[in-house]
Design a protein around this ligand. Structure first.
Ligand code: GTP
Ligand code: MG
Length: 203
């Protein structure tokens, strides 16, 4: 076996979709995580965009394909801590999601713009309590200050990895034997084309 790993050599490919109201900072969380970039004047996203980055989880290379749109594989639900309505909307989304997907889906609840301390409208306590009730992961981030962005994505990818390897074990398989280069959808049977068809915020 070769001692090096090529750039595109990975053990798992996970698809992660960012959802949340317009302007909460989805595109900037994505660009901060995948390119370490932030833009103060980013334009509203039209259509579908994605970017990739590989990280290590345990001894495995996990490649994340992160979709900046609303779709079926909803993993990271974002709101803006300075706008309470964006919190109410992800609350609603998460509740609907619970009714329509299997319990294995991994959801991270992300309160972005934590740097705007003087403008805060959603308290950490309220968000934490909601996340506990809904049994989701929760983190406050700032794409601007690069606060917790790395942690949020690493956490969600590690949890998806855990669910997937647990599933593989349940089936009596070796998790490392999962076929390489195959997209593993957690909590949905639909593929990317379905995401495009459904478009933004359809539920
Ligand atoms: N202060 C602060 N501003 C942020 C942060 N993240 C994003 N912004 C700003 O918020 C605005 C919207 O950010 P986007 O990343 O474009 O938001 P979006 O959720 O992708 O919006 P849509 O594409 O319309 O759905 C931009 O002006 C960003 O510069 C943050 O963590 N802190
Ligand atoms: Mg955007």
């Amino acid at each position: 076996m070769a001692a090096y790993r090529a750039d595109d050599d990975y053990d798992y490919l996970f698809k992660v979709v960012l959802i949340g109201d317009s302007g909460v900072g989805k595109s900037n969380l994505l660009s901060r995580f995948t390119r370490n970039e932030f833009s103060l004047e980013s334009k509203s996203t039209i259509g579908v965009e994605f970017a990739t980055r590989s990280i290590h989880v345990d001894d495995k290379i996990v490649k994340a394909q992160i979709w900046d749109t609303a779709g079926q594989e909803r993993s990271v639900a974002c709101y803006d801590v300075t706008r309470h309505v964006t919190f109410e909307n992800v609350e609603r989304w998460l509740k609907e999601l619970r009714d329509h997907t299997d319990s294995n889906i991994v959801i991270m609840f992300v309160g972005n713009k934590a740097d705007l301390r003087h403008l805060r409208a959603v308290s950490t306590e309220d968000a934490k309590a909601f996340a506990e009730r809904e049994n989701t992961f929760f983190m406050e981030t700032s794409a601007l200050e690069s606060l917790n962005v790395e942690n949020a994505f690493t956490e969600v990818l590690s949890q998806i990895y855990r669910v997937v390897s647990r599933k593989a074990l349940d089936l009596g398989d070796d998790p490392t034997a999962l076929p390489k280069g195959q997209t593993i959808n957690v909590g949905s049977k639909d593929d990317v084309s379905a995401v495009k068809k459904v478009g933004c915020c359809s539920t």
